[in-house]
Design a binder for this molecule. Structure first.
Ligand SMILES: [Zn+2]
Length: 407
């Protein structure tokens, strides 16, 4: 009987990606007992070739996937991410393995064509404000310079960004009327054999303000909380403080304001630095620009004033909400195109990659084509290329994103 060596983690990854329970896989394989669980926990097992083929069929992953050594090892506790209570263990595990597979996919691309070198270096001993200044310096952004495209800045500095279409388990986000900045929109992790490369994931949001702030928040985790273990309230606050200071350094962002600014005074600050009024309010309050009473008063205004364009409060759709398009990453799609000479799913399928094409499609959700500009792309120019979410490569349909916001 011919056998081959199968990696336990690969079996687990494929099962989680397919959202199958061990029981379901056992039944389909005609196995019994704890065989699958034992296999998933083992580093490697010897398996008959026909069993590998059967497994490949059941899990819809190429047989080569199971026999290729995993490089990135990610468990839910490695994610800078506090899972909402509603999120199941299976969802958390799946999330971790999606990050691991993205990591391995990026490293595979890296082996063919070097990814941009990593410019940031974690500074866990600094306070969030000092870390934000340090990060700007590492990324070669002056302390007084607004960041036009944060996603592009991160990606060209060696921090790939991926978009996730799932909700990270949190419900009713858009209806969050208390105005708390939602904490579960993104997550980040260090991938690679030595966890030497960061990877950031964000939910595919149609708010440009939330997209930028989420990425800045994850950058904060990367700078401050590498190997920090579980994300506590305190760490979340640190990453949030970092995010606001990184996007809008207080000393410069507040320079043109008189004391006791109003929401209307803050609007030009928002538009210049690319940060929401909600985040700015908190940022200015924490930086000492206003007392608690004024902060609470302005916050109340934010969540009671109605935006006539949308019928929602400013808290939900702030003035300027549709002045920019939400940023989208492009590193992964760019590298796929450079390495495989195509972004088309059909063509990728012929390349015998170790990942199924639909999984590559999931990893590449929201990636935009290299020719598209994030800002001021006419809606008509944003032709979706291949696929849908289950299919494969998705280029962002900006027009669609826009419409759905107005819906
Ligand atoms: Zn966080």
């Amino acid at each position: 009987m011919t056998t081959c060596e199968v990696y336990g983690l690969r079996v687990r990854q494929a099962r989680l990606l397919r959202r199958m329970t061990a029981k379901e896989v056992l039944a389909k394989m005609g196995w019994s007992g704890a065989r699958l669980t034992r296999m998933e926990r083992a580093e490697t097992v010897e398996l008959a070739v026909q069993d590998v083929d059967h497994l490949s069929e059941v899990l819809r992953f190429p047989a080569e996937f199971f026999t290729t050594a995993p490089v990135s090892r990610v468990e839910p506790s490695d994610l800078s991410f506090r899972a909402p209570k509603a999120m199941t263990a299976a969802e958390k595990n799946r999330m971790a393995q999606v990050m691991a597979l993205s990591g391995d996919f990026l490293l595979q691309l890296h082996a063919a064509q070097k990814l941009p070198p990593l410019l940031i270096e974690p500074r866990p001993t600094l306070d969030p404000v000092a870390a934000a200044a340090a990060a700007r310096e590492m990324l070669n952004v002056g302390p007084d310079a607004p960041i036009a495209d944060l996603t592009h800045l991160m990606e060209r500095s060696g921090i790939p960004v991926m978009m996730r279409s799932e909700r990270f388990g949190s419900q009713g986000l858009e209806g969050n009327s208390r105005g708390r900045l939602e904490k579960h929109l993104g997550c980040s992790v260090w991938i690679g054999e030595f966890r030497e490369r960061p990877l950031v994931a964000s939910r595919e949001l149609d708010s440009w303000e939330r997209t930028r702030w989420t990425l800045a928040h994850e950058l904060g985790h990367l700078m401050l909380h590498r190997n920090a273990g579980e994300m506590t309230d305190e760490r979340e606050q640190e990453a949030s403080r970092f995010a606001s200071e990184f996007l809008a350094p207080y000393a410069h962002a507040s320079a043109s304001l008189r004391s006791a600014p109003s929401l209307v005074n803050l609007l030009p600050v928002k538009m210049k630095w690319g940060i929401s009024l909600g985040a700015l309010l908190r940022h200015f309050y924490e930086s000492g620009a206003m007392d608690e009473h004024r902060y609470e008063t302005l916050r109340k205004q934010l969540y009671t004033r109605v935006n006539p364009d949308t019928g929602f409060t400013w808290g939900r759709t702030e003035p300027g909400w549709d002045d920019r398009l939400p940023e989208r990453p492009r590193l992964m799609s760019r590298w796929v195109e450079a390495v495989y000479g195509t972004k088309s799913v059909q063509a990728l399928a012929a390349r015998r990659l170790i990942l199924p094409v639909d999984v590559i499609g999931e990893l590449m959700v929201g990636q935009r084509g290299p020719a598209q500009k994030a800002v001021a792309t006419p809606a008509s120019a944003a032709a979706p290329s291949v696929t849908g979410r289950r299919g494969a490569v998705v280029e962002v349909d900006f027009a669609g994103a826009h419409r759905s916001r107005q819906a």
